[in-house]
Design a protein around this ligand. Structure first.
Ligand code: IPM
Ligand code: MN
Length: 356
């Protein structure tokens, strides 16, 4: 019997619902085209619900989401909610509870998209960042001593477990092998200062790396990586790094691939439920204007299909995205695209329908 996918949808805050609507339009088009069956289960988690009920993400919802084949997330973040509440309560809670231990972030410049890098084109900007997604500085380990006094101490600890580092590094090598491009994994760390955390990362990297003789291993400090990403992005194939560095370098990555309008990511649990999202955030100032770029959400949908093993569907979505960029769009920036949010979704869906 043919499978019916259960896809949980969390549109979230700000422009999240607008871009997710376009992603779902594209999903519908491609599912018709290649005959995929799916059910959508909608959830209203986000700032509005929190302001109404005081609830971020109930435990019962986590159990329900665990049963889904994938989660499609818009954006979390609301101007009227104190920074950290929704991020920790919803986004990080999902990543941790569902053990989505990889944050996969492709940095790919599509033809026709403008990059701020001089003299660089799609042939130079095509790599993937494998960011550890459940440990490091993100675990919430630490605390205050003497808070609010002149002697105050704030401690924020980076947690790195052998198991967590190993599964992340192994994922990066496997991914690199499957990707089959330059066959090179670069570890991004800071072994010259963070001599405990990245000592572990470096040892595990070269140890696990021995199982991958076909893959070149490289190391660079995170600050140097930032420099090379701007000067020589073509040096990278797969970059593996911890949670915090991965967070930072993937915003730089998004910028060189054309900005938040196009950058997508996957929170992956290879054996559980994974979650796909545009990485740009809720962009409150653009909400309801029909000017936000939905391509990042559509590319997230492409990643979700690919992850579900629907490779043909994934390919069609990506091809249609590339076509819309080249034929219909002036810019990736909100308000400067030359087309509206809903038109972008319509066009991607139209190209999918017309494809051979
Ligand atoms: C991201 C975001 C999140 C992170 C925030 C919203 C908690 O910046 O997905 O990169 O830091 O991981
Ligand atoms: Mn980030």
């Amino acid at each position: 019997m043919e499978k019916t996918y259960r896809i949980a949808v969390i549109p979230g805050d700000g422009t999240g619902p607008e871009v997710i609507a376009e992603g779902l339009k594209v999903l519908k088009a491609v599912a018709e085209k290649v005959d995929i069956k799916y059910d959508l289960i909608h959830y209203d988690f986000g700032g509005e619900r929190y302001l109404r009920t005081g609830e971020t993400l109930p435990d019962s919802a986590i159990e329900e989401l665990r049963q889904a084949d994938a989660i499609y997330l818009g954006a979390i973040g609301h101007p009227d909610v104190k920074s950290g509440i929704l991020e920790k309560g919803i986004l990080l809670n999902l990543r941790f509870s569902l053990d989505q231990y990889i944050n996969l972030r492709p940095v790919k410049l599509y033809p026709g998209v403008e990059t701020p890098l001089k003299e660089k084109g799609p042939e130079h900007i095509d790599f993937v960042v494998v960011r550890e997604n459940t440990e490091g500085l993100y675990t919430g380990s630490g605390g205050f001593v003497k808070k609010g006094t002149p002697d105050e101490i704030a401690i924020q600890e980076s947690i790195n477990t052998r198991k967590g580092v190993e599964r992340c590094v192994r994922y990066a090598f496997e991914y690199c092998r499957k990707r089959d491009k330059a066959k090179k994994v670069t570890l991004c760390g800071k072994t010259n200062v963070l001599t405990y955390a990245f000592d572990l990362w470096e040892r595990v990297f070269y140890e696990v790396g021995q199982e991958y003789p076909d893959i070149e291993k490289d190391y660079a400090h995170v600050d140097a990586i930032c420099m090379w990403m701007v000067k020589n992005p073509e040096w990278f194939d797969v970059i593996v790094t911890d949670n915090m560095f991965g967070d930072i370098i993937t915003d730089l990555g998004a910028t060189i691939q054309g900005g938040m309008g196009i950058a997508a990511g996957g929170n992956i649990n290879p054996k559980g439920t994974s979650m796909f999202e545009p990485i740009g955030g809720s962009a409150p100032k653009y909400t309801g204007k029909n000017i936000i770029n939905p391509l990042a959400a559509i590319v997230a949908c492409h990643m979700m299909l690919d992850h579900l093993g629907e490779e043909e569907a994934a390919r069609l979505v990506e091809r249609a995205v590339m076509e819309v960029i080249q034929k219909n769009m002036k810019s990736m920036e909100a308000g400067k695209m030359g087309v509206s949010t809903t038109e972008v979704g319509d066009l991607v869906a139209k190209y999918i329908h017309s494809m051979e």
